[in-house]
Design a protein around this ligand. Sequence first.
Ligand code: HEC
Ligand code: HEC
Length: 242
Amino acid sequence: MLSKRQARAFFLGGTFVFSAAFVGLTIDTHRHVPKQTNAHLITPEVVAGKKIWEDNNCMGCHTLFGEGAYYAPELTKTVERRGKAWLRIFLKDPEKMYPGRRKMVNYHFTDEEIEHVIAFFEWAGQVDLNGFPADPPLRDALAATSGVEYPEPLPLPVPAILETAACTGCHRVAGQGGDAGALIGAPPLDGVHLRKTRDELIQWISDPQAIKPGTAMPDLVPSVISDAQVIEIVDYLYSPAN
Ligand code: HEC
Ligand code: HEC
């Protein structure tokens, strides 16, 4: 048993040591903040994007850095996951990317505002968050729900149109593009030539809603890509290496 004096000394000593550790670690954290947040990358565009983020209360539905509401996707890595081209099309008319599904608000952003929002997300994605968010095992989820395998990747280089048309925002191709689409059942496009003929592919990409009403794949022709670009894409999916 401690005597009263010993107990007091123990309490005061312990309080002092742990308070000192707390203050020291807080100062240390603040010393690392500019480096971890890449403060030098905060351009006026990033600041403008953050203002749009706050003025519209995007956090009422989304989380960023894990902070906010859990209705809509975590956005810290959205640029990495989707690519800028996908985000440009999505933010212009969110419903287009999710035909018939739950909807993200259409804010009728100008092109400039969209660039600011994307600049803000791009910066956010580069902040060192000690490993947050963890990579979700989407491949396993995809394989389990759809039975889709990841076949041999298509050859590089991937035609630019697959990014500008936002395909890689949902589909993985030749090791590029995120796995985000896995959750809505968008399979990797590598090996798709083994499942579908050229004509089937052309018809599908040209008008998925006509072939499978209500599918999560949006109609992108003619608003985003032309008929000629569909052929270019299908030529690639059937490229000679296959
Ligand atoms: C009313 C709720 C709501 C609000 C407010 C909202 N969103 Fe969304 N957002 C969604 C939903 C839901 C999705 C998922 C798409 C879907 O399933 O329709 C989404 C998806 C997104 C995505 C794509 C994420 C990805 O990686 O797939 C981005 C980017 C995005 N929102 C940005 C914003 C920005 C910027 C704001 C504020 C200006 C905002 N959102 C406000 C509901 C909302
Ligand atoms: C918003 C996400 C999204 C975008 C953007 C998107 N897709 Fe899809 N895609 C899907 C989904 C989901 C499926 C599965 C559809 C189903 O079976 O209902 C699919 C299916 C496909 C298939 C059939 C795959 C198979 O194994 O049968 C092809 C081919 C395809 N997409 C090509 C494309 C191309 C090319 C683009 C760009 C021009 C594109 N997709 C853009 C979501 C998307």
